[in-house]
Design a protein around this ligand. Structure first.
Ligand SMILES: [Zn+2]
Length: 340
């Protein structure tokens, strides 16, 4: 595992990331102005990585993100960029220095394991897991958490350049899904890189400034995101999706069931979900409407199944349609297919 991680990382370095990323950026928009951050991962937002949680802007026991939504949790002090499943993590996704600077601290050696209530105590005192802290000068610091054991190549006191790999996304410390937690601090105070000008106890759905260089990746607040979807040959649970490998459970001619599943992030109060499966002639095979939810959910998984007919599965293309409706308005829908 460690050797694979390092080999992948070396490849990433060889490809020459540093030659192109942010080459025309200075490290400050203006001398003494806010820092400009490059997207800290070798993946594409909205394609193979997604924001799962933003910084918490509720000073009390509740939680709200900068956009007044619920994509955070109480006390969350960073931005969580997640991968859809461990399948993506196993391929090796590099964590990149968000700006040039000097490495202050490094921790490695924390095992990669999905945290459960039973294993939560293991990460006490090392919640960040394997991590790196970089000092960018003028009081700016970035911290990178939950990296893969044995993958960290950043060295304390070494200089790093903007966009240079420092390690790989892992599953170390207090984490239940593969992601990079990025904390940004200025003079020791947490700054929300998505809303640096907003007070830590306020939120707004109006677009404001961000610290990320948005020429590099498209940063926009997004919820109701379908993270995973597909067909499998029987019932499944959330951790089956997280662990990946579901391509080995594709339905076959002899399968007893055909199960369509989705996992969605950031559904809102009042959202009702409709999920339906159609046969090769467009005939409805199964359909279910799930009641409106009464509070926002960071993640939600649904599946519906169809039993194999006595005369077997009809050949052709099966389809599934997942829809979110709120206040009689369709908020999003997703079609996906299976060819038999
Ligand atoms: Zn986090």
């Amino acid at each position: 595992m460690e050797r694979i991680a390092k080999t992948v990382l070396r490849l990433v370095v060889l490809i020459g990331l540093t030659a192109t990323i942010g080459g025309n950026l200075t490290d400050r928009a203006l001398a003494g102005g806010p820092i400009v951050l490059t997207f800290p991962l070798e993946c594409t937002l909205g394609v193979n990585c997604f924001v799962q949680n933003y910084v918490d802007h509720d000073p009390g026991a509740g939680y709200k993100d900068f956009h007044c939504g619920a994509m955070t949790y109480d006390g969350h002090d960073g931005t969580d960029f997640r991968l859809p499943s461990m399948d993506f993590q196993r391929k090796g996704i590099a964590v990149l220095a968000a700006a040039s600077g000097t490495v202050l601290r490094v921790r490695d050696g924390v095992p990669d394991e999905l945290m459960t209530s039973a294993t939560k105590a293991n990460s006490a005192g090392a919640e960040c897991g394997n991590g790196v802290v970089i000092d960018h000068g003028d009081g700016w610091e970035t911290q990178y958490c939950h990296m893969a054991k044995g993958s960290i190549i950043a060295k304390p006191n070494a200089k790093v350049k903007r966009g240079e790999p420092v390690g790989l996304i892992g599953l170390s410390g207090a984490t239940m899904f593969p992601h990079l937690h990025l904390t940004v601090r200025h003079n020791g105070v947490v700054v929300d890189p998505m809303a640096p000008d907003l007070a830590s106890d306020s939120c707004s759905d109006k677009a404001g400034s961000i610290l990320f260089d948005s020429n590099w990746q498209k940063f926009e607040y997004q919820n109701r995101i379908v993270l995973n979807y597909g067909f499998v040959d029987g019932p499944l649970i959330m951790s089956d999706i997280e662990q990946g490998g579901l391509s080995t459970r594709q339905p076959k001619k002899e399968s007893d069931a055909l199960v369509a599943y989705v996992r969605v992030m950031g559904i809102e109060t009042g959202d009702s979900q409709v999920f339906a499966v159609f046969g090769p002639d467009g005939e409805s095979l199964s359909s279910r409407k799930f009641p409106a939810i009464d509070r926002p959910k960071a993640q939600n998984m649904l599946y519906i199944g169809v039993k194999r007919p006595n005369d077997g599965w009809k050949p052709g293309v099966y389809s599934a349609l997942y829809t979110i409706v709120n206040n009689q308005q369709t908020k999003m829908s997703k079609w996906f297919y299976l060819q038999f």
